[in-house]
Design a protein around this ligand. Structure first.
Ligand code: NAD
Length: 478
């Protein structure tokens, strides 16, 4: 399959461009299939050599990287803001979260415990004792997207190292520089070479080699549904973690704290210019509050300062490339052609798409079904709890949802009925802390991240059973 990525073609190199002005931020090697095979060879040998590496060494390396990252937080933030789509304020937030993700990973090392097993519960096994413990899988391939180029990398390599695996990281080829700098921090710790490698390259060139190699025991993928499906089709028998896209709903009931709902949903709709898997794509408003809420939401969306990512005053930056912005524009035009109302925005300038709010969208339009992954939010009306639930569940995605209400009964009822991986009550769909379980249902993926959960998915359970003799040979005088 061919995934087109926005790169200047220089043989053997990938030039990383700032999506804001096309200036060069850096270059990285463009790995080949042969490089990918060598990386798997090296990782397999490193895993064999270090499979008994003590937990305290892994934990110390992770804690040390968290400390170094905190010390270099401003340099990392500027790099994220230059290579990607985030404003400097958004980038600083990502770095702070990444420090926490690595600290959690360091702590998780000591929580990956086992249990004793009561073998004597089975007749005939009275002489047996045993336990299970967690063991690493082996080689884990981590494939990451462009939108959170640092913290989503940490969400994979942190738990993978905590669990004792050898990791090969393949970051997105448009945003590999902050990941590369993070991997370089690991090289300054006591983590043996080969347990963490990074391959910078195009997914279309090296992806299949990494994914289909039988020596790779797990693919941990975060990205779009199309690439996810392709990986699933060719991976063979190995563990898969799939963190895919969504079309998250936020439901606002008439008794909600309106100011809270507005603040949270504006931030959730336009954070990272909507290039966020938890982006508020659908805002479901009760009929009685629709007009007033829609007016205030549009006022706030229009007031967002779109501009220079490195300026502290900027609220929203560009999309990753012009192709992505044009794709979003086509979705909006298609919706408008089918009768949707444009409440604000709808304008594209190069790869900048201005905050856009739509209403009266025909449910058969592509934008009503697909993830927009950009700064567009669709407003919908509902009249009853059942209608809100049905509308929220109507898409083939189920990552997270938000509900705003003061009524506990409604909150519990709706939260139980929503078919998704997490429901935030009195927060927008985009609320997340790095320790919580995170992942989706339906087309949003398979498995859960969040450090403790990812570390368990990236390890196996091994059972030990001792069949003890009734009388032992070594008699004592006791
Ligand atoms: P993408 O699918 O285009 O790329 C993701 C990664 O896959 C990149 O590293 C890319 O190089 C690689 N890739 C491409 N072709 C490949 C192949 N054949 N084999 C192996 N790897 C290949 O996604 P993107 O545009 O970077 O990110 C946007 C998507 O990611 C959105 O759908 C978004 O919702 C999703 N996302 C999900 C989460 C989550 O946690 N659920 C978080 C962030 C982003």
């Amino acid at each position: 399959m061919t995934i087109v990525e926005n790169e200047v073609q220089i043989p053997g190199q990938i030039v990383v461009l700032d999506p804001q002005d096309g200036s060069t931020v850096g270059t990285v090697p463009a790995a080949s299939k042969a490089d990918a095979e060598r990386a798997v060879d090296f990782a397999s040998r490193a895993f064999e050599s270090y499979r008994t590496l003590p937990a305290n060494v892994r934990s110390s390396a992770l804690a040390e990287v968290a400390k170094l990252l905190h010390e270099e937080r401003e340099e990392f933030s500027r790099l994220i803001a230059r290579e990607g789509i985030k404003t400097i304020r958004e980038a600083r937030r990502e770095v702070a979260r990444c420090v926490n993700t690595l600290k959690l990973s360091a702590e998780e090392v000591s929580r990956l415990t086992g249990e004793t097993i009561p073998f004597d519960q089975a007749e005939g096994s009275e002489n047996r004792v045993g336990y299970y413990r967690r063991i690493p899988l082996g080689v884990v391939v981590a494939i990451t997207p462009f939108n959170d180029p640092l913290n989503l990398v940490a969400h994979k390599i942190g738990p993978a190292i905590a669990a004792g695996n050898a990791v090969i990281l393949k970051p997105h080829s448009e945003t590999p520089l902050s990941a590369q700098r993070l991997v370089n921090l690991f090289a300054r710790t006591g983590l043996p070479a080969g347990l963490l490698q990074m391959l910078t390259g195009r997914g279309s060139e090296i992806g299949d080699t990494l994914v289909s190699d039988p020596r790779v025991r797990m693919i941990s993928f975060t990205g779009g549904k199309d690439v996810g499906k392709h990986i699933q089709a060719i991976a063979g028998v190995k563990k898969l973690a799939m963190e895919l896209g969504s079309s998250c709903p936020v439901i606002v009931f008439p008794d909600a704290d309106e100011a809270l709902a507005l603040d949270a949903s504006i931030s959730g709709a336009f954070w990272a210019a909507g290039q966020n898997c938890l982006h508020v794509q659908r805002l479901l408003l009760h009929e009685t509050i629709f007009d007033d809420f829609a007016r205030q939401f549009c006022q706030r969306a229009t007031a967002l300062r779109v501009g220079n990512k490195l300026d502290d005053a900027t609220d929203m930056g560009p999309m990753i490339n012009e192709q992505a912005a044009k794709k979003l524009e086509a979705l909006v035009v298609d919706a408008l052609d089918s009768g949707a109302s444009l409440l604000c925005g709808g304008r594209r300038q190069g790869n900048v798409f201005f905050p856009t709010v739509l209403a009266n969208v025909d449910p058969t339009c592509a934008i009503a079904e697909e993830e927009v992954f950009g700064p567009v939010t669709i407003l919908e009306r509902f009249n009853s709890v059942e209608e809100a639930i049905a509308k929220a569940n109507s898409v083939d995605h189920g990552l997270q949802a938000g509900i705003f209400t003061r009524d506990l009964n409604i909150a519990f009822r709706v939260a139980d009925a929503l078919d998704c991986g997490g429901v935030m009550i009195n927060d927008s769909s985009d609320f997340r802390i790095d320790a919580m379980p995170f992942g989706g249902t339906k087309g949003s993926g398979i498995g859960r991240e969040g450090v403790a959960h990812a570390a368990r998915e990236m390890s196996d359970v091994k059972t030990y059973c001792f069949n003890l003799q009734q009388s032992v040979g070594c008699e004592t005088d006791l």
